[in-house]
Design a protein around this ligand. Sequence first.
Ligand code: NAD
Length: 274
Amino acid sequence: MENVTLNNGTKIPQLGLGVFLVEDKNDLRHSIEYALADGYRHFDTAAIYHNEAGVGEALAASDVKRSDLFITSKLWDSVQTYDDTITAFKASLQRLQTDYLDLYLIHWPSAGYNEKWRAMEDLYNDGLIKAIGVSNFEQPQMDQLLTTAKITPAVDQIETHPYFQQTQLHEYLANLGIAHEAWGPLGQGKGGVLKDPVLNEIATAHNKSVAQVILRWHIQRGIIVIPKSIHQARVAENIDVFDFELTDAQMTAIAGIDKHQRGSEDPNDEAWLK
Ligand code: NAD
């Protein structure tokens, strides 16, 4: 597994398992078991997924040492103050059965994010989090955060897939030394991206699936990916992307299918800026 080195020196496995919407405990346990057996060490959850306890149980039941795991969780929007951030973080730790997180993110740029960041900086300085970052921050929210931040976020986790490539934001983050992490790397299985003819042709040429070509494209862009699946064959397929390389022409062809098409809420909407 390749690692990406974050701006504070922390290494993050470039590919991990996402568990959004995996609420059934058995599905969660199985997907994590399959993933660990296939070599995944990086797991991405959030307080709002209501499955941190299940992730904690599944990881605690495995033979893999805590220090070999990379666990990310996220602070939800209902938390808006310094004190509540500390409390919410400690509750996440308890549910995850761990005494530190590898990465903790502000989930959305909703009210109070400068204060939440200040609390996260203190948790980081106390050694309880290896790296702190944000999610769904675009340039205006990042600029605003940086007016008070003492620590530059290590990561921005944002919707990114071949129909929503985030080229400009990618460039902006790269200039600040902030790693780009893609959520919905497979377009959440929606919007037709998995049936795209350009991707299909490239997949056939490499004898790989479209999902594998998409994940490989992210990896060659230097992006961290956390595809989600609860199915054994797909969990295995999604990590089997380190034995082939897209050519420059194929990377360019994929750049050409961007539809600038978001599949979720726009962080620039007024509601998120309040
Ligand atoms: P995804 O792009 O990973 O798509 C998952 C879906 O793609 C699956 O449900 C399935 O339908 C399909 N799929 C998966 N593997 C496949 C394969 N090999 N072949 C064909 N189809 C396949 O979408 P996601 O789960 O929304 O995003 C990944 C992770 O990102 C989440 O699980 C979560 O951890 C995180 N996330 C974060 C935010 C945020 O706001 N920060 C939002 C959404 C998701």
